[in-house]
Design a protein around this ligand. Structure first.
Ligand SMILES: [Zn+2]
Length: 132
């Protein structure tokens, strides 16, 4: 059955507003078919990531982009994935694969950075990242 997918734009930022960006999600976060990923891997467990996976072209950085040295980068383990956090307030913003062909063109965005979104109202899907 064909469905009419709507999209919604979200303003997102780190806590201190140094890094601000706009995200367009289709379907929106509160669509019945939408869900966020709660993962139990070592970094998600510590940082409380609640992730949505978004194509790069759906993310617009307002002021600084991820290459800025205002954004800290962190890799661990096999170093296939790079995590980004604010150099000033430490907010965990997002992560992406840096290995060609492995989740290329997609970022995992932490919806806790989205303004006006009550994460308690979102459907969650648990992922056993610890076992991967
Ligand atoms: Zn900040």
């Amino acid at each position: 059955m064909a469905t009419n997918k709507t999209s919604q734009r979200y303003q997102a930022s780190c806590h201190c507003q140094l890094i601000r960006y706009t995200v367009t999600l289709s379907p929106p976060l509160h669509d019945p078919e939408s869900w966020v990923v709660e993962c139990n891997c070592s970094i998600c467990a510590r940082n409380g990531y609640l992730n949505v996976y978004v194509q790069n072209e759906c993310i617009q950085f307002d002021n600084v982009d991820l290459n800025s040295n205002l954004v800290e980068k962190y890799r661990f383990g096999k170093e296939r994935v790079q995590h980004y956090f604010c150099s000033r307030c430490g907010s965990s913003l997002m992560a992406e694969s840096i290995e060609p062909g492995f989740y290329e063109g997609v970022k995992a965005l932490n919806v806790r950075m989205f303004q006006g979104v009550d994460v308690r109202t979102l459907q969650r899907r648990e992922v056993d990242g610890r076992s991967l």
